[in-house]
Design a protein around this ligand. Structure first.
Ligand SMILES: C[S@@+](CC[C@H](N)C(=O)[O-])C[C@H]1O[C@@H](n2cnc3c(N)ncnc32)[C@H](O)[C@@H]1O
Length: 216
């Protein structure tokens, strides 16, 4: 299975709205391609407009598994009107609140990947509370407060199979570099301290850890 996306997928990723730079996207793709060998679903927390989902979906397609992506589609704190990461195009003109689901669906359709993705629309902890199946990859890129990042880790990491990969985005060890808070960094430290995970790679702010023991 190729560990890099084809040119069409990379172009779709680059064209999609979102925040992930290409080097981190390539690292995410390689992790997804590797994890896909376990024959279990790949799960993302934080769909937004589908930029990173494209990569998980293509890796899932190649591995013959499904990509799952969780989001309430109402945006994180820093994406709300008046904040640095707000995009007015993501606001539903009728309701006046953010709704990234239409943009996400357009992104996936254009990339030809709809058949390989199941979108779970809701609050991550509520979906996680209903979840029981093992996962090959958990990609944490949802809310960046301690409350949300911790709930994502506690809700989803327990479902990660032995040998599966925990991928955490926006890990900034130095507070000077961070722009949305250091909660993902604290989750990363907690995962390592648990003894259940071993670091595999670091690319930009993306960290890939492998489950090498039980627990979280
Ligand atoms: C940083 S964006 C995800 C970016 C996306 N992975 C990409 O690469 O383009 C974070 C997303 O998490 C979602 N989110 C934040 N808190 C959430 C929660 N508690 N449950 C579900 N989704 C949440 C927001 O709606 C937002 O779309």
């Amino acid at each position: 299975m190729p560990m890099t996306p084809g040119p069409g997928i990379l172009a779709a990723f680059e064209a999609a709205k979102g925040f992930m730079p290409v080097d981190e996207g390539l690292a995410l793709y390689a992790a997804a391609a590797e994890a896909g060998r376990l024959g279990l679903p790949l799960l993302e927390i934080g769909t937004y407009c589908g930029r990173s989902t494209i990569l998980l979906a293509d890796a899932a397609r190649a591995a013959g598994v499904t990509a799952l992506t969780v989001d309430h589609h109402r945006g994180s704190e820093e994406q709300q009107p008046g904040w640095d990461y707000h995009d007015p195009e993501t606001v539903d003109p009728e309701l006046g609140v953010m709704d990234t689901l239409p943009a996400f669906r357009r992104t996936l359709h254009r990339a030809g990947l709809e058949d390989h993705v199941v979108a779970l629309v809701g609050r991550s902890p509520r979906v996680a509370a209903l979840w029981a199946a093992p996962l090959a990859l958990v990609f944490v890129d949802g809310g960046h407060t301690d409350e949300h990042a911790t709930a994502d880790y506690e809700g989803w990491a327990p479902h990660l199979a032995e040998g599966g990969l925990l991928v955490i985005h926006d890990v900034f060890p130095d507070p000077v570099d961070e722009f949305t808070g250091q909660a993902p960094y604290r989750v990363y430290l907690r995962a390592l301290a648990s003894g259940a995970f071993t670091e595999v790679s670091a690319t930009g702010s993306l960290r890939v850890l492998r489950r090498t023991g039980p627990g979280v």
